[in-house]
Structures are given as C-alpha cells and as structure tokens.
Design a protein around this ligand. Structure first.
Ligand SMILES: Cc1cc2nc3c(=O)[nH]c(=O)nc-3n(C[C@H](O)[C@H](O)[C@H](O)COP(=O)(O)OP(=O)(O)OC[C@H]3O[C@@H](n4cnc5c(N)ncnc54)[C@H](O)[C@@H]3O)c2cc1C
Length: 308
C-alpha cells in the first residue's frame, strides 16, 4: 500500500535526536511524521537516572523520555509505532517503507541510534539499571567511593576505567584477552593508576546481587580458576553496535556508523543523520538533541529552496 500524502519530513527513530528534530521541524512550519520501532525515548528510556542534562538536576530515564515525547506530541508531531524496513532516498520525493505502508517525504532525518553490545551472561539483564550499566559517563557518579568493574579492553573500556577511577575507590578491568587493546596513551594511563587492577584472560560468568549488584563471578581462561569480586557496579564497555544496513545507500565508516559531521548532512540532498548513529566523539543526550536541532534546521532550509 502507498500513502500518497507527501509529508515535509519523515524522521526515523523517536529517541532524543528524532524527537528533538520533530520539535524543531514543526516549529519551522514543516509537517512531520516520526516512526519508532520500539519505545519512544530510545536508549534513555532504559536509563535509571540522568544527572547531566543542563538545568535538570536529576530525572529518571523514563520521565525524561515521556517529557520529550509529550513535548513533540504537543507541538503537533505525528508519531507512529512502525519499524522502518527500507528507504528510497534519491530525488525530491523520498520514500520510507514500514510493514504498514510506504510514505513519501521531501526530506528524511535518520535518527535510529545504536544498540549497546551486551555480554549475555547470567544476571546482566536482571541487574541492568541496578548496578549493571552501559555508560560510565552517565552512571559513574552513582558509585562514588565504591568498588566497580569495567568489562572490556578497548578505548571505551579504558576511558571508562579512568573516568571511574577518579570517583571510585577501586576499579577492576575485566578483559578476556592477554593484553589491553586501547591506544598506548590510554593503556599507560590505566596501568599507572594505583586504584585500577586489570584482570587479563578473564571472562564474566555471572553478575549477582539481591536488590542490586553485589558481586561479579569471573573465570581465568588460562587456568580455569574461578573467583568472586565484590563490586557495587559492573560497567559493560564492549562496544556499541550501529544498525545502519538499511541506509547503506549512504556512506558508512569502518565501524558501521553513518558518516556525517556536525552539520548532520549526507551526500544525498534532503537526507540528514542525527544522534548516536553517526560518526562522532561523544554519544550522549545533549549531543543527540543538538544533532536533532541541526538536522531539522538543515531539512527546513532544503525544503525552502525546493519550494522556491
Ligand atoms: C543505560 C543507558 C544510560 C544512559 N544514560 C545517559 C545519561 O545519563 N546521560 C546522557 O547524556 N546519555 C546517556 N545515555 C546515552 C544516551 O541515551 C544516548 O546518547 C541517546 O539516547 C542517543 O539518542 P538517539 O536519539 O541518537 O538514539 P536512541 O536513543 O538509540 O534512539 C533511537 C531510536 O530509533 C529507533 N529505531 C531504530 N531503528 C529504527 C527503525 N528501523 N524504525 C523505527 N525506529 C527505529 C530505536 O528503537 C530508538 O528508539 C545512556 C544510554 C544508556 C543505554
């Protein structure tokens, strides 16, 4: 089925980037259709607490998600819970196809975010938000003065360990290989910190606790020896997983992120990318929201020129 209505802007994803783009696009006088495959708010809807967004001292992830969603709805966004399955981005009439329909738009903003890689061990899902975290920048401050573990050995894990070592009494890095993978400068910094201990050749077997995390059970792959580390939190830093295959008409970097700079533009006129899905230094709410604003501004400029 094809919906013959031409919307000004279709936005893929109702996370912070997509919903901010919706607010800005509507306020620029554009008609907006947003598609979301799971839950509005995206990743932030599963965050326990947010304490690093300007002017909001503390808010739960679900409350922040609700606020952004309501703001977009109140401004007039049409948000539909349909997964975008394919896109046709060339020309002045672009189309977006879901299981329900094919929709036409003058401009498309892709704000589909990322997935965080999970360990898949026992206790991980159960304690997510109760000591298991995928974001040290976001949740580290909740564990000031405590003992925590970081799982991973790449740059993100090392950055997280350094960040946490400034706040926490003790930081373990649990790494499955015999050597850390991150850049030398990061490795040197980690190895020189007195309160960081690296456990090499070690895998996580289980995360345990009662109402919140109290220990992580690990095993050394060389000796098969198992041990229990008493910890208050486990930060999983084994990478982000971009999911951009359906947008492969656009350039992807070697890690699978959509290539775009701070202007959020792509090589295809009228197509913009916003949020965690694109090449960038810092993946946070504030940068996602900023991208959403920029992408909507660019889309409005593009449509204004089209209609002249
Ligand atoms: C547990 C956790 C805690 C965090 N805490 C903080 C914090 O305290 N402070 C902070 O600044 N940042 C935090 N972050 C990071 C922050 O949540 C992200 O940087 C931000 O949400 C990125 O927003 P986004 O809109 O780019 O992507 P996302 O939030 O990933 O949203 C993308 C949306 O697009 C949808 N989507 C994907 N593909 C499709 C498709 N094909 N069709 C339709 N919809 C689709 C997804 O379902 C999702 O809802 C946290 C992240 C996590 C996981």
């Amino acid at each position: 089925m094809e919906d013959s209505t031409m919307t000004d802007v279709i936005i893929v994803g109702a996370g912070c980037a997509g919903l901010t783009a919706a607010v800005y696009a509507i306020r620029a006088g554009l008609s907006v259709l947003v598609f979301e495959k799971y839950m509005y708010g995206g990743q932030i809807s599963v965050s326990s607490e947010v304490e690093n967004y300007p002017s909001i001292e503390k808010i739960s992830g679900p409350d922040l998600s609700n606020n952004i969603y309501q703001q977009a709805i109140n401004q007039g966004a049409d948000i539909r819970f349909e997964e975008v399955l394919s896109v046709q981005l060339d020309g002045t009439e672009k189309t977006v196809t879901t299981a329900e329909n094919t929709y036409a738009a003058k401009a498309v903003i892709i704000a589909n975010g990322v997935q965080r890689r999970t360990l898949g061990c026992a206790g991980e899902e159960e304690f997510t938000g109760r000591g298991v975290s995928y974001c040290a920048t976001c949740d580290g401050a909740f564990f000031r003065g405590k003992t925590v573990a970081v799982v991973g050995g790449g740059n993100t894990a090392l950055e997280d360990a350094l960040f946490l070592s400034n706040l926490c009494e003790k930081v373990y890095i649990i790494h499955r290989s015999e050597a850390l993978r991150g850049e030398k400068v990061m490795r040197d910094a980690v190895l020189s910190r007195a309160n960081i201990t690296v456990l090499y050749d070690t895998t996580v077997q289980e995360i345990r606790g009662e109402s919140k995390v109290s220990s992580v059970h690990v095993q050394n792959s060389q000796t098969d020896e198992s041990s229990v580390l008493p910890v208050d939190a486990v930060f999983i830093a084994i990478g982000l997983a971009p999911d951009n295959q359906i947008f492969s008409a656009l350039a992807l970097d070697s890690a699978g992120y959509l290539v775009a700079d701070e202007n959020c533009t792509t090589a295809i006129p009228g197509v913009y990318v916003a949020g965690d899905n694109r090449t960038k230094l810092l993946r946070q709410i504030i940068t996602a929201a900023a991208d959403g604003a920029v992408a909507a501004f660019q889309a409005a400029n593009y449509i204004n020129v089209l209609s002249d």
